[in-house]
Design a protein around this ligand. Structure first.
Ligand code: PEP
Ligand code: MG
Length: 586
């Protein structure tokens, strides 16, 4: 029996807590509680003579946090986690804001209150302003405000944040009310095995970063921070979104086995890195990667991807107050194209709106952001922003094999205007004598049901298609993909969704246009055979999923799956559908 097993069996009650698994994998370790702003804050009165001293104590805490953030910003800037730099920058901007720099000092003076209490009051005031906001992106700004306050509180307590110091030598699991992406970066230097939080959604920055760092993580557990005690033994199943607290030795043994199997599986998968993705009957399949920022290239290379099928360029625009200019964008696209050494790089034009917005755009938060001025709609409404991006992509196209992908196409006018905008940007560059690839293909994302149904209207004008299943499901089933209250209704196997996807692939084949899937379905190994059976030969996914999908491709015979796939397309009852999917994957 392991030491953990004997401890668990001896003294404790076992229970489970359920949340949203945002980063897959299993971790077993001891809880380390992170006390944040949710903890009690003491209140005491400051004698008039000590007000200045208390204000200085507050100033010192703010300065300490600033030094800590500057150090973090420097350490992430050039490292493997460069995508965190913008998040750290947001915290620095907030720290410089009068709301944190001055307001608590005023409260100390006016109420003769201690600094912690003044900060707590100021935070409550700020959070009250967020109370009526529904926009998920804006709500994540609320998280940033809270996290900055937590940092200052930590500095006031005179302790470096305990998050920096795992308490044990063996695996430690961080249990928090919430964590910032800047906190998650510390996992690199301090070997936390996983983290679980009470707050946060699947689209939060923290979730995105956890996924990119391959750490099991669960959010939205609601009561974990109050139910779990320091040092208790935990199993975190990031795939199922479950935390098992004080597991008995049988459960522990079962999960250790699963963990070992997963480790062996990962090592085995690495050997497939350079193998061609070919089915048993000899059909070649292209497996591409999705990226958010140029720093993701290393993960792309490690995955053995043969190209980038989706560069979500909007991440270059987020968490900052200005827009990246043409040169900055050009450099980012060029770095990716050069890094991929001639392999295709599909750069999606700005898909801002819905759950992704610029700093400042929040002021106009619409009632239904996913149905609002998003993606190509935004770009056509802001032709200067669109033109700058197209010029940057075209200029970078000399450095590799670039493709332009237009998101959220819905109408004839949009496609015509988007293509005209590309032609205009080319013309400008020609006039200026700037070289670019004249034959950069222009493709369209099929992610609105209207585009999928009326595909012939679009297809003639496009060089290739990419099916965005994340939005296609959202818009087909009328389910907000960022709202965890309706997450259980989000169903890739809904017959309407499957028939739309199969129909798009069929039409693309008829018109001899390349078609890919770049939504999350492409990286779900349980759906690989289904998509292959629909005729898909081109998948684009998060690099972490690529080798498992490749393995499935390698053991699939297309003639053998054809009849089950045909039956799945006709299935109209969930049980029947599930049974057929199981048969397909057997
Ligand atoms: C999609 O909608 O499937 C997609 C790939 O785009 P995003 O997730 O960035 O909206
Ligand atoms: Mg989309």
């Amino acid at each position: 029996m392991t030491p953990e097993g004997s401890r668990a069996a001896a003294s404790t009650v076992s229970f489970t807590v359920h949340g949203i698994g945002v980063s897959a994998g299993i971790a077993i370790g001891h809880a380390h509680l992170f006390a944040g702003m949710g903890a009690e804050v003491q209140h005491y009165e400051i004698p008039a003579a000590d007000v200045l001293r208390e204000q200085r104590r507050y100033d010192r805490a703010v300065k300490e946090v600033r030094d800590e953030l500057e150090h973090l910003a420097e350490s992430v800037r050039h490292g493997p986690s460069a995508e965190l730099a913008p998040f750290v920058n947001v915290h620095m901007l907030l720290l410089d804001d009068a709301a944190f720099k001055d307001a608590p000092r005023d409260i100390i003076r006016e109420q003769r209150a201690n600094a912690e209490w003044a900060l707590r009051n100021q935070l409550d005031e700020l959070l009250a302003q967020f109370a009526d906001i529904e926009d998920p992106y804006l709500r994540e700004r609320e998280d940033d405000v809270r996290q900055v306050a937590e940092r200052i509180l930590g500095a006031l307590a005179g302790t470096r944040r305990r998050i920096m110091k795992p308490v044990r030598e063996d695996a430690t699991i961080l249990v928090a009310r919430e964590l910032s992406p800047a906190d998650v970066i510390l996992f690199r230097e301090h070997p936390f095995a996983a983290f679980v939080t009470d707050l946060g959604g699947a689209t939060s920055h923290t979730a995105i970063v956890a996924r990119s760092m391959n750490i099991p993580a669960i959010v939205a557990l609601h009561h974990a921070r109050s139910l779990i005690h320091e040092d208790e033994l935990l199993i975190v199943d990031g795939t199922q979104g479950v935390v098992i607290v004080n597991p008995d030795r049988h459960v522990l043994a079962e999960y250790r086995l699963k963990q070992n199997e997963a480790r062996l599986e990962r090592d085995k998968l690495k050997r497939l890195r350079s193998a061609a993705a070919t089915t048993l009957d000899g059909t070649v399949v292209q497996l591409y990667a999705n990226i958010e920022l140029p720093s993701d290239i290393e993960a792309v290379k490690a995955s053995g991807a043969t190209g980038i099928g989706l560069f979500r360029s909007e991440f270059l625009f987020m968490n900052r107050r200005d827009l990246p200019d043409e040169d900055e964008q050009y450099e980012a696209y060029r770095d990716v194209l050069e890094g991929l050494k001639g392999m295709p790089v599909t750069i999606r034009t700005l898909d801002i709106g819905a759950d992704k917005s610029f700093e400042g755009q929040e002021a106009h938060a619409p009632v239904n952001p996913a149905l609002g001025l998003r993606a190509i709609r935004y770009c056509l409404a802001e032709p200067q922003v669109f033109n700058t991006q197209l010029r940057a992509i075209l200029r970078a196209s000399r450095h590799g094999k670039a493709l332009i992908l237009i998101p959220m196409l819905t109408t004839w006018t949009e496609i015509t205007q988007a293509i005209a905008a590309v032609a205009r940007a080319k013309e400008e560059l020609r006039d200026e004598g700037v070289k670019f690839d004249e034959y950069v293909p222009v493709g369209g994302m099929i992610e609105v049901p209207a585009a999928a149904i009326a595909l012939p209207m679009f297809i003639r004008k496009l060089d290739f298609l990419s099916i965005g299943t994340n939005d296609l499901i959202q818009y087909t089933l009328a389910i907000d993909r960022a709202d965890d209250r309706v997450a259980h209704l989000y169903d890739p196997l809904h017959p309407a969704v499957l028939n739309l996807i199969a129909g798009v692939i069929r039409t693309a084949q008829q018109y001899e246009k390349p078609v890919a899937v770049c939504g999350e379905m492409a990286g779900d190994v349980e759906l690989t055979r289904l998509l292959l059976g629909f005729g898909l030969r081109h998948f684009s996914m998060h690099p972490a999923h690529l080798l498992s999908v490749k393995q499935r491709v390698l053991v699939t015979s297309l003639p053998d799956i054809a009849s089950v796939v045909a039956r799945i397309l006709k299935a109209d009852e969930p049980e029947k559908m599930q049974a057929l999917i199981e048969k397909l994957n057997a």
